[in-house]
Every structure is written in structure tokens, then in C-alpha cells.
Design a protein around this ligand. Structure first.
Ligand code: SDX
Length: 429
């Protein structure tokens, strides 16, 4: 079959570039030789039209509101699978059989404790430090304790580092929460599943027996699955760019945590709940909708809009259903924040400003309501997002490191600064 070509005409010259097709989604124009052929760069701040890599892990159809992990639709995985099985799928490409799943779960379970000396890091932080500041620091410091899995050229070490990262992140995040409320750290338990273990490490205290509610554990596990991976989003691109310099995996994940913290990205779940609380009652919604539309006002509807989804984020749909389930279980079904969220969504989706810009609720719009109802402070929301996304960052990092075409990421620029000029001595200025 003849290769498809794209033609580019600059002045009286014509250039040809190959068009590459994936298995789904937009094809790409291979412009790797553009600069050497034309002496020009492409210009795409924010990478709105740029594919930074090829990947077989996650696929999003923004128009259809479709999200697939290794081809499996997110709603099927959220309802029929569970997080560690989804971790296996993202890491190895296929659903595990019973033996493979048991072996994987055992390996993760036996790596959930952190090195005892790592507890000392927490004391270096103020009690009111944001949990993301703590998680970012402690994850980066893992390289100081697990240097036997930092040689990225050794597949065995890459595998151990991956298991360690996925296994320890709940312990690290739960410890950040315990530290912030002045309670003792709780060790993981090998008889609990991943989500139950996290709730146990967050909410149990030495003074009394703590029983994990299976419905809350199910909701927690579903939240982990919904946040596990999402193509080349800002934090995943940060992890890939860090990994392209052969930095160790713990440093790369710490970079991903730092990027996710931004309110335009993973920090939106914390910002969305704070916004819903600030609106407070349904009658104040119109005032905030007008603020969100006002170009002179930096306020945006947090939890709304998305670079890729130009229809309803499929994760938000599942999240909304889970919110109702958890609130009913906890007997807070007429939760005022949920009422404001539903009314805000309804009004925004009927407003021409949002319709024209295809702005819909995203994954962060409802997640905060569930986490709040489960007893987490808003400051913990993004740390829980980081916990969930760790498997996605690791899977994407592993794919990049194993890629034969791997090169250090080094974008160029359109320079619009001063032209060359000579230094002026101080007494002549
Ligand atoms: C996540 O990339 C991912 O996959 C991320 C994520 C993942 O799983 O990794 O899905 C997780 O980060 C979800 C997004 C969480 N962020 C928020 O909810 C913050 C609020 N949303 C916006 O900041 C914004 O929608 C972004 C950052 C999410 C997307 O921004 P884009 O794609 O760069 O779009 P844009 O800023 O160019 O906006 C297009 C227009 C603009 O208006 P005009 O200049 O065309 O008149 O829409 C407006 C924006 O002003 N707009 C909003 C808005 N989001 C966009 N107006 C009001 N409220 C909003 N939320």
C-alpha cells in the first residue's frame, strides 16, 4: 500500500512528509525531518495539535466522550473490575488470568510498607503543610532508599521500582494525612485489599477497632480506577519528559506529582469543592456563572472544561453515580453541595457560553463531593488523585523507556527577544 503523504509548500519549494495511522483516532504527520528540510520549526504552545509520542496504553475520543484503558471502556472497568486488576492491565497490556492476578496482588501487597526511616521525613514538615508538598518530597526521596531499583537500563530494576511505587504510594499519602491531623501513622495490613488498606491507614486509630465499610472501599477503589491514566495529560507528559533524561523513576513520579498539583490540572478537585462551598446555595449560582464568563475575571468554573473532552467526561458520569451511592449510604442524600453541583451543571449546560465552548463537567467536578462525604479534608483530594494516577505515570514511563526510538525531550522555540548586541560597561549606562 503506498504511503500517505502530506505536502507543504513554502515559497517556491514543496516538501513531503509521511502520514502515519494509529489503530484509532487522528493520524499524524511525521515532521521529524521538518527542521532539517526547511530550517523551520512548528509552533504549538500547549501542544493543542501535537502528538509527543505513540502509545498503546490509553485512548480518548473527546467528541464521543470515550475513554479506553488498553481498549476496555472506563465505565466497564469502573463497575466490573477493580483497581489492582486495572493496574495489571495498564502495566502489561491485557487482563490477567486468576493466577497472574493473585501473583501480582501478592507482589504489590508485600511492598506496601515504606522504609521505617522515611517516617522521619514527615517531621521536617509543618503540621499544616499541604499534603501534596509532603507527597512530592517523600516520593522524590524514595531514590535515597531504593537505589537498588534506580538503574533504568535494567528491566528487572524497572519492574521492581514500578511495583514499589504502586505499592507504597497509598502508605505515603495516608501518612501525610495522619501527620496533618497529629495522629500516629498506621501500618498497612496484608489481609486488606488495596482500597480498604488505604482507608484503614487513613481512618483507623490504635485506640479502637476500625472496620472498613465495604461500600466506601468499593467507592474508593472506583475513584482510583477512574483516575488511573489519561493519555498524555500535563503530569504524564512531565513524567515522560523527566524520564527522557534517564532520571530515576522516583524522581520522575515526583515531577508528575508536582505538575498534577496545579489547579488547572489535578488540583481542580480541591478547587471545585471549595468553589461549590463558596457558592453555597442554588440561588447564588447565576452570579458565579457570570463571573466564569467574564474575561476580566480570572474565576473559572473549577471541574468544568477539558482540553480533549468536548462532551461529557465519561469519568464524571460514573463519579456522579458513585456520589449519590455514597451519600445515600452515609444518609446525607440531601447534601447541599451535591444539590448546588447538580443545579450548577444543569444551568451551565443550558448556557450558550458553555455550549459554544463545549464545556462539560470533568472528572474533578464530582470527585470532591464523594471524598468529602468519606471524611477527607479538601487538602487531601489532589494527593488521592496522585495516588490513583501513579500507575498511569509508571505505565507511560515504562513504555517510553522501552521505546527503541527514545530520545531526550528537547522542544525548540520562536525567539522574539533582543538581537545580538555588545556589553555596555556600567559607567556608560
Ligand atoms: C484534569 O488533560 C487531562 O487529561 C487532564 C485530566 C487527567 O485525567 O489527567 O483530565 C485531569 O486536569 C481535568 C481538568 C481539571 N481542570 C479544571 O477543571 C480547571 C477549570 N478548567 C479550565 O481551566 C480549562 O477548561 C482546562 C485547563 C481544563 C482546559 O483548558 P484549554 O483546553 O486550554 O481550554 P482554554 O483554556 O483555551 O478554554 C477555551 C475557552 C476559553 O474561552 P475563550 O478564550 O475561547 O473565550 O473556554 C473557556 C476559556 O476561557 N473556559 C472556561 C473554562 N474552561 C475553559 N470558562 C469558564 N470556566 C471554565 N472552567
Amino acid at each position: 500500500m503506498t504511503e500517505k503523504k502530506a505536502k507543504l509548500v513554502i515559497g517556491d519549494k514543496e516538501y513531503e512528509f509521511a502520514i502515519l495511522d494509529g489503530t484509532m483516532g487522528p493520524s499524524v504527520i511525521d515532521i521529524r525531518s521538518l527542521y532539517s528540510q526547511t530550517g523551520m520549526f512548528t509552533y504549538d504552545p500547549g501542544f493543542t495539535s501535537t502528538a509527543s509520542c505513540d502509545s498503546s496504553i490509553t485512548y480518548i475520543d473527546g467528541d464521543k466522550g470515550e475513554l479506553l484503558y488498553r481498549g476496555y471502556p472506563i465505565d466497564q472497568l469502573a463497575y466490573d473490575s477493580h483497581y489492582l486488576e486495572v493496574c495489571y492491565l495498564l502495566l502489561y497490556g491485557d487482563l490477567p488470568n486468576k493466577t497472574e492476578l493473585e501473583e501480582f496482588e501478592n507482589r504489590v501487597t508485600r511492598h506496601t510498607m515504606m522504609h521505617e526511616q522515611m517516617h522521619g521525613f514527615y517531621n521536617g514538615f509543618r503540621r499544616d503543610a499541604h499534603p501534596m508538598a509532603i507527597v512530592c518530597g517523600v516520593v522524590g526521596a524514595m531514590a535515597a532508599f531504593y537505589h537498588d531499583s534506580t538503574d533504568i537500563t535494567d528491566p528487572e530494576q524497572r519492574e521492581i521500582a514500578s511495583i514499589r511505587m504502586i505499592a507504597k504510594i497509598p502508605t505515603i499519602v495516608a501518612a501525610a494525612y495522619k501527620y496533618s491531623i497529629g495522629q500516629p501513622f498506621v501500618y498497612p495490613r496484608n489481609d486488606l485489599d488495596y482500597a480498604s488498606n488505604f482507608l484503614h491507614m487513613c481512618f483507623s486509630v490504635p485506640a479502637e477497632e476500625y472496620k472498613v465499610d465495604p461500600i466506601l472501599a468499593r467507592a474508593m477503589d472506583r475513584i482510583f480506577t477512574l483516575h488511573a491514566d489519561h493519555e498524555q495529560n500535563a503530569s504524564t507528559s512531565t513524567v515522560r519528559l523527566s524520564g527522557s533524561s534517564d532520571a530515576n523513576p522516583f524522581a520522575c513520579i515526583a515531577a508528575g506529582v508536582a505538575c498534577l498539583w496545579g489547579p488547572a490540572h489535578g488540583g481542580a478537585n480541591e478547587a471545585a469543592l471549595n468553589m461549590l462551598r463558596e457558592i453555597g446555595t442554588v440561588d447564588r449560582i447565576p452570579e458565579y456563572i457570570e463571573k466564569a464568563k467574564d474575561k476580566n475575571d480570572p474565576f473559572r468554573l473549577m471541574g468544568f472544561g477539558h482540553r480533549v473532552y468536548k462532551s461529557y467526561d465519561p469519568r464524571a458520569k460514573v463519579m456522579q453515580e458513585s456520589a449519590k451511592e455514597v451519600l445515600d449510604l452515609l444518609g446525607v442524600e440531601n447534601n447541599p453541595t451535591l444539590q448546588v453541583a447538580k443545579e450548577l451543571e444543569k444551568i451551565a449546560l443550558e448556557d450558550p457560553y458553555f455550549i459554544k465552548r463545549k464545556l462539560y463537567p470533568n472528572v474533578d467536578f464530582y470527585s470532591g463531593i464523594i471524598l468529602d462525604a468519606m471524611g477527607f479534608p479538601t487538602s487531601m483530594f489532589t494527593a488521592i488523585f496522585a495516588l490513583s494516577r501513579t500507575v498511569g505515570w509508571i505505565a507511560q514511563w515504562k513504555e517510553m523507556i522501552a521505546d527503541k526510538q527514545k530520545k531526550i525531550g528537547r522542544p525548540r522555540q520562536l525567539y522574539d527577544g533582543s538581537v545580538k548586541r555588545d556589553y555596555v560597561p556600567l559607567d556608560e549606562r
